[in-house]
Ligand binder design. Sequence first.
Ligand SMILES: [Zn+2]
Length: 424
Amino acid sequence: MRTLLAGIAAGLMATAAPVLAQTTIIHADGIVTDASEPVKGRVTVTVTDGRIVSVEDGWQGVPDGAEMIHLEGKTLVPGLIDLHTHLSGDPSGEFWRAATTPPEWSVLVAAKNAHITAKAGFTTVRDVGSRTDQVMQMLGRATEQGMLPGPRVVTSGRTIAIVGGHGDINGFRREVNDSLGTSFSCTGPVECAERVREASKYGADLIKITATGGVLSQQGRGLEAHFTDAEMRSIVTTAESLGLKVAAHAHGARGIEAAARAGVHTIEHGTYLDEAAAKAMRENGTTLVPTLMAFEGIKDNLGTGFYTPVVEDKIRAVSEYAGTIVERARRWNVNVAFGTDAGVFPHGENAGEFALLKANGMSDRDALASATTGAAQILGMEGEIGRIAPGYSADIIAVEGNPLEDVTVLEDVDWVMVRGRVIE
Ligand SMILES: [Zn+2]
């Protein structure tokens, strides 16, 4: 008996020994550690338990028990950040599917798109609007645990809109609208504050509002300001009291201006940005997330019957302004950060935004910064993501070529690691 107990004790001792840290050694032929630094040559990056522990010149040896990843001919770049996605949806002109598709479908669509998005080099997304309550929070949990391959997810959950506005359910008869029960709209400062607290209660990482009308919804009330100033101020102060930032979808110039003055942190789209709206953004430290890919994506289906007439009219109205949004923002010194509106166009094509930013006069270096250090700052995660440096999360991609000379090389990403896990 005595020896048996001793044996069991010895067995317990063996299993209680500290679990060895998992270390990965990455060799590559070049590295951009930070969009503000020049590209460097041969490098060894050591990753332990999901974190970067060292970045050394040359190809260093591989310690016993470490995993080796050899990326000859490739340049390592910080994982990309898209500040505007809708992973739980795919492009569709069939708004009525809201009445026929159960929420379970959105979960599967989100899982599929998470993988596609990570494969494209986007290791963090800020997902700003899904139809069901917690699909994106749960997706974020699954990718964090490594249960599903995908990016880190920062999400607003659902979008807060005015009654009948962009983001509310529109286009159905009353009984159908009522039975869908997925509206997240509000009227007046008190009710709008309540929606913000509700979003927070169910795990939102930020608040998304539709400050103006929107293009792809069935609402036909224009693209200008929809919330009152008092409602927007209530939303922003309530969000800030909970430690949350506010992202405001806005097309019309007066809607952009009002949202910036109310203190929202980012303006999404910014289509009709004018000098007065830009001044309001500058004075309030508001950043523009231009989503140029969305405008490209929706133009492709014009005149094909893909969209309803009310949507088709709005697309024609915004199309002529889309090509100059970033040019105007830059002219008036508005800060720009990277976001695409993936979901309006097919997921995985996010990096197409880089060429459009360049066409608007942005340098390769500034475009890369907008999707790395700049976007990390918007998320308040500048000490965690956006750079390849000791202490940072191991969110790393590999490409051929130098993105500081031609940022469009990021359209073709060869290898991706999110939180130390390679995306197969
Ligand atoms: Zn969007």
